[in-house]
Design a protein around this ligand. Sequence first.
Ligand SMILES: Nc1ncnc2c1ncn2[C@@H]1O[C@H](COP(=O)(O)OP(=O)(O)O)[C@@H](O)[C@H]1O
Ligand SMILES: [Mg+2]
Length: 329
Amino acid sequence: MIHVESLTKIFRTHKKDAGLVGSIKSLFNRQYTEFKAADSVTFSIPEGALVGMLGANGAGKTTTLKMLSGLLYPTSGIATVMGYVPWQRDNEFRRNFSLVMGQRNQLWWDLPAADSFLLNKEMYRISDGDYKNRLLKMSEHLDIADKLHVQVRKLSLGERMKCELIGALLHYPKVVFLDEPTIGLDIVAQHALREFIAQFNKEHGTTIILTSHYMDDIEALCERVILMDEGRIQFDGGLNVLVDRFSHEKVVTIFLDEMPDKKTIEDMEHIVEIGEDRIVFKVPKQEIAGITTRCLGNFSVRDITISDMPVEEVIREIFSGKTVEIPEA
Ligand SMILES: Nc1ncnc2c1ncn2[C@@H]1O[C@H](COP(=O)(O)OP(=O)(O)O)[C@@H](O)[C@H]1O
Ligand SMILES: [Mg+2]
């Protein structure tokens, strides 16, 4: 459904020294700096997939999505979405496509959302029957039906995003890009949007790329993630594989029949939590066997669980640069 090969975007910006002298100097001697926002980006996404795109601020996610939406020309490389080259802006491509950006609204600010929806209805030639059914279904699912006739500017951020989403999906596009759709929303609205997106994807087989700062979004919605850093793809695969490969530690919980004395506990390393009947360790993978053996030998152990680090924590670690080298695939 989506094929991207060596897609590269270089922004050329005009460099100028500060102040008037700088302005005059740069008038005669223009200097440019080049910045590679997307660097040989390559991936394919099959129909119906919901793929998460992760990366710190400035990683190149939005730039990539803009090229794949036809809003930006690439510097080099090729891409097809539904068989169309996005930046050729074929009508058929636009009729089956939608882009939602959490930081930019596409609804008319001074009109109620319902009026913007009507414009979309005409633009996408949606029949009266389809329009009525879809709007009813989506607005009830998102619990926003009573706000469709309120001026968009008077809506809360969460309500506005719900309307944005409806407006973007009324024509039942086959491919949808959601760029930070839940940014700034409260937990309840975030959850509602997330659940709606999952349902829409499942029901219509829509191909979706989602970027989000909230790992909860990615964890709830995406089996596959593409991790970007400095314009390049650093990882493309299962979220569980990503976590497994990048996390050096596991969480080991030892459940005890009776707690040992304080001194014995204090002698042990890697403890992160001591509960009423349990000790929780965060242990480097290679030390798991040693720790569990020690516990079994010294304490009356009722049960042991070993689990992955929380996804959120692993990703934070990757972004903070603590995980320096990218392990081999
Ligand atoms: N129009 C532009 N001109 C110059 N630089 C840009 C432009 N748009 C984005 N950039 C730069 O490209 C980099 C990637 O930006 P972006 O794709 O928005 O990252 P992300 O969405 O992952 O946060 C950033 O360093 C940003 O400053
Ligand atoms: Mg962005």
